[in-house]
Ligand binder design. Structure first.
Ligand SMILES: *[C@@H]1O[C@H](CO)[C@@H](O)[C@H](O)[C@H]1NC(C)=O
Ligand SMILES: *[C@@H]1O[C@H](CO)[C@@H](O)[C@H](O)[C@H]1NC(C)=O
Ligand SMILES: *[C@@H]1O[C@H](CO)[C@@H](O)[C@H](O)[C@H]1NC(C)=O
Ligand SMILES: *[C@@H]1O[C@H](CO)[C@@H](O)[C@H](O)[C@H]1NC(C)=O
Ligand SMILES: *[C@@H]1O[C@H](CO)[C@@H](O)[C@H](O)[C@H]1NC(C)=O
Ligand SMILES: *[C@@H]1O[C@H](CO)[C@@H](O)[C@H](O)[C@H]1NC(C)=O
Ligand SMILES: *[C@@H]1O[C@H](CO)[C@@H](O)[C@H](O)[C@H]1NC(C)=O
Ligand SMILES: *[C@@H]1O[C@H](CO)[C@@H](O)[C@H](O)[C@H]1NC(C)=O
Ligand SMILES: *[C@@H]1O[C@H](CO)[C@@H](O)[C@H](O)[C@H]1NC(C)=O
Ligand SMILES: *[C@@H]1O[C@H](CO)[C@@H](O)[C@H](O)[C@H]1NC(C)=O
Ligand SMILES: *[C@@H]1O[C@H](CO)[C@@H](O)[C@H](O)[C@H]1NC(C)=O
Ligand SMILES: *[C@@H]1O[C@H](CO)[C@@H](O)[C@H](O)[C@H]1NC(C)=O
Length: 497
């Protein structure tokens, strides 16, 4: 790739005075992108200090970043160690490569300038792929590595030199347009569990927020080689809700099971809400919780299985919910999420975007031993009827740290067509990306609708690659992070013009 010296870059953007602003004490980076329609892009990054006017320079050629976009959004929250800066660039051309550089990252010469490609226009029928991960935590000394704490199976660690999922995604990133991560991002909320299990050195509960925030920062930095180039579309998972997940059993310190020790700023999806900007304004959704976007021949929908199920249900992460996380709701309009979902699905133009793919964090069709903690039956109640009614092609989830591909299903009934033009939605759960305590067990025998499974016995972390070939064929691959091998491949056929 072409490299530029700081001097030539500064000359290129014509802003030599910025070299003073680019002191290292303002830099943290965590650079990330998200689609804002096919003529826009959110550019977000973190700094140690608040920025008055976060600014991004961009252009069509790397040595002439002749346009700028700015905002006043430099936000933080109690206990955070950084500010989250968000700039929305508008007026771009679809499916076009741009070069860009946030102002305060000018010193980062090795990757300068960065580049992104805007979303493909709806209706474009060229083949493309996307990558999907669920349940991906930080790698290395604060998360998934070659050793672990007490009580964690050795099957759930990496082998020495093993390529982890973040490294695998980086290696294969020229082969996908964007990365979709529907929940459980970083696992910073495992800090207390990791201490209790003797994996991280113990600290006081009062100082715990430092550990929590440093795991978040660690993860976002590890992801930057991918997220600075490929849009990173995210959805909410339970590990975004509260700081002390998996740490409740600290009987030694007399912390009752159902009392959170989290400080202000570490509950109610606060970090998640500050860190990301998803295209909900563009799609009529709500925050980073539910939204949709088009890309080529596909309409992508993110739903929220954690809060706001509506219809009188207490969602899993809401006060009184199964996770005891005390988060949400995020929209007080009655049944806001499912009303939005129905309207969104109803207006999809299947001539332009024949494929409709939904992701939500929690599954309901799964061969899982701990059904009550993993399966979200209320999610099934509110979402499945709409998925069936509007002919959703594929539903992706994670939450369980396994991989399982199902037959297309409606109301638990196997679609006899299989993948050969089914009427029912197809379901795939892939929560095998990897985090501190690795993988879970499937329940054997597998459900009758299961078609392929991998779990802790297989000691394989991996991610999903979806390839939209044309209007009739779409392939799902399970890619093993350690080898890049495709361990499971299946192609869905839909009879369409
Ligand atoms: C920032 O840090 C990098 C690496 O530590 C160093 O090379 C660079 O000169 C520093 N830049 C400024 C503006 O201090
Ligand atoms: C920026 O440069 C491009 C060519 O790289 C040109 O097409 C465009 O008109 C320029 N825009 C502005 C605002 O100068
Ligand atoms: C930020 O800018 C928006 C419009 O771009 C404006 O509505 C809002 O009041 C501004 N906020 C602050 C805190 O200045
Ligand atoms: C875009 O950036 C990536 C990562 O730095 C780089 O590998 C790639 O070559 C760049 N693409 C172009 C067209 O400059
Ligand atoms: C941290 O504290 C737990 C008890 O809460 C103990 O089991 C563990 O060994 C301690 N870890 C270290 C590294 O001291
Ligand atoms: C917490 O647990 C105690 C003991 O089981 C119970 O009495 C109390 O009602 C619980 N509190 C909440 C808020 O669930
Ligand atoms: C709540 O949902 C309604 C209806 O979909 C939407 O108009 C509104 O903007 C949402 N509110 C928030 C806070 O996002
Ligand atoms: C979580 O945050 C939302 C938005 O600020 C707020 O409406 C809701 O009441 C909060 N939930 C809890 C349990 O504090
Ligand atoms: C759907 O898209 C096609 C192709 O762009 C267009 O011809 C048709 O009018 C659209 N249908 C509706 C209802 O907008
Ligand atoms: C680890 O995996 C092996 C098979 O690779 C299996 O025999 C063993 O029971 C597993 N251990 C645990 C604790 O799951
Ligand atoms: C996964 O592990 C199970 C149990 O060891 C084994 O039967 C199965 O063949 C493995 N699957 C793959 C794809 O290696
Ligand atoms: C669509 O893609 C599939 C898989 O690559 C291919 O077999 C099929 O012939 C293609 N259909 C058309 C109409 O090009």
């Amino acid at each position: 790739m072409v490299r530029f010296t700081l001097a030539s870059l500064l000359a290129a953007v014509g802003l030599a005075q910025l070299s003073q602003a680019a002191t290292n004490n303002t830099i943290n980076s965590q650079l990330r992108l998200a689609y804002a329609g096919n003529t826009g892009m959110y550019v977000s990054w973190n700094t140690f200090e608040k920025l008055d006017k976060p600014t991004v320079h961009y252009g069509l050629v790397p040595n002439d970043l002749n346009m700028t976009a700015s905002s006043n959004v430099s936000v933080t929250y109690p206990t955070s160690l950084t500010y989250n800066n968000h700039v929305k660039i508008t007026g771009l051309k679809p499916d076009t490569l741009y070069y860009y550089l946030p102002e305060h990252l000018l010193h980062m010469q090795s990757h300068c300038p960065y580049n992104f490609t805007t979303a493909r226009p709806a209706g474009q029928s060229k083949e493309f792929s996307v990558a999907v991960v669920v349940d991906l935590g930080t790698m290395g000394a604060q998360g998934l590595t070659t050793y672990t704490g007490t009580g964690v199976s050795v099957n759930n660690t990496l082998l020495p030199g093993e390529i982890n999922t973040i490294q695998s995604l980086e290696k294969f990133q020229s082969g996908f347009d964007f990365l979709w991560h529907p929940g459980d991002i970083a696992y910073a909320d495992y800090w207390l569990k990791e201490e209790i299990q003797g994996f991280l050195p113990n600290t006081t509960i009062a100082e715990g927020y430092h550990v929590y925030e440093s795991i978040l920062n660690d993860f976002y930095d590890e992801m930057t080689p991918i997220t600075a180039v490929k849009p990173y579309m995210v959805g909410p998972g339970n590990h975004e809700a509260n700081c002390d997940n998996g740490g409740y059993t600290d009987k030694t310190n007399n912390i009752p099971y159902n009392v959170s020790i989290c400080m202000p700023g570490q509950t109610n999806f606060t970090g998640y809400r500050n860190h990301f900007r998803m295209p909900s304004a563009e799609s009529g959704g709500t925050g980073n919780f539910w939204y949709s976007f088009n890309h080529g021949m596909t309409h992508f929908v993110q739903v929220d299985t954690e809060t706001d199920l509506g219809h009188g249900f207490i969602a899993p992460d809401e006060p009184g919910g199964v996770e005891a996380e005390n988060g949400g709701p995020f929209n007080t309009t009655l049944d806001a999420q499912t009303n939005w979902l129905e309207a969104d699905l109803a207006k999809v133009n299947r001539t332009e975007t024949p494929w409709v793919i939904v992701s939500g964090h929690r599954p309901w069709y799964l061969s899982h031993a701990n059904a009550s903690g993993t399966i979200c039956w209320t999610c099934k109640d509110v979402f499945e009827p709409l998925f069936i009614k509007y002919g959703v092609d594929l539903v992706l989830s994670g939450h369980a740290h396994v991989y399982e591909r199902q037959n297309p299903l409606a109301n638990g009934v196997i679609d006899p067509a299989g993948l050969n033009n089914p009427k029912a939605p197809w379901y795939i759960t892939n929560g095998a990306a990897g985090h501190y305590d690795g993988l879970d067990a499937l329940q054997y025998p597998l459900m009758d609708y299961s078609r392929f499974g991998l779990d802790t016995l297989n000691r394989t972390f991996g991610w999903s690659r979806l390839t939209f070939h044309n209007h009739t064929h779409m392939t799902h691959d399970f890619v093993a992070s350690k080898s890049g091998a495709v361990l499971d491949q299946a192609t869905l056929y839909k009879a369409r013009k």
